[in-house]
Design a protein around this ligand. Structure first.
Ligand SMILES: Nc1ncnc2c1ncn2[C@@H]1O[C@H](COP(=O)(O)OP(=O)(O)O)[C@@H](O)[C@H]1O
Ligand SMILES: [Mg+2]
Length: 174
């Protein structure tokens, strides 16, 4: 997978996009979310939870660093925003969280990127406008095709709109 870029024009489109992706998760994946405050990282994580059939509405874990939820897979939702001392967190065992039936979604993953287990799917969020966001996917320390299975299905729902690398998430995808 070369870096793929999508554009979303609403919060619900971002969530639905993430939910579709989540249905392809096999367990053992780490998704690193990168982007400024308000760019849609937590919104995306909510969509992941929905796609994993997690019944709770998930909230930002900023103050507790980690929240875990049970759905089709376990979702560990992590936020590095306020984490000053990475050892506090990594000493509890990031590798232990990464069970075969668990997925880790990390907001502000770029803060401690070198400490994270690999391979990693990095999703970068950019604010293009009030309701417009750009989501860029790239693998980190993995073969470029490593996470293809996650995005293949999304190509089906977006292909009608798609010039090769610039895809639009619109209401048609919901
Ligand atoms: N296309 C979009 N995708 C995601 N969020 C959007 C979009 N358009 C507007 N928003 C708004 O941007 C904000 C994103 O907040 P949040 O997901 O908490 O960001 P972060 O976790 O990156 O700080 C929300 O208020 C949401 O309503
Ligand atoms: Mg957030």
């Amino acid at each position: 997978m070369a870096s793929r870029v999508y554009q979303s024009h609403s919060e619900s489109a971002t969530q639905t996009f993430a939910a579709r992706l989540a249905r392809r998760l096999r367990g053992g994946e780490i998704l690193g979310l990168v982007g400024p405050l308000g760019s849609g990282k937590t919104c995306f994580a909510k969509g992941i939870a929905r796609g994993l059939a997690i019944p709770q509405i998930i909230t930002s874990p900023s103050f507790v660093l980690l929240k875990s939820y049970q759905g089709r897979l376990t979702l560990h939702h992590v936020d590095f925003y306020r984490l000053e001392m990475p050892n506090d967190f990594f000493s509890i065992g990031m590798d232990e969280l990464l069970a075969p039936d668990a997925v880790i979604v990390i907001e502000w993953a770029d803060r401690f990127l070198p400490l994270l287990p690999k391979p990693l799917l990095l999703i970068s969020f950019e604010v293009l406008g009030r309701n417009d966001r750009q989501l860029s996917f790239e693998t980190h320390e993995a073969h470029p095709d490593h996470f293809n299975y996650l995005l293949q299905n999304l190509d089906i729902v977006t292909k009608r709109l798609a010039p090769d690398k610039q895809r639009t998430i619109s209401k048609d995808d919901l």
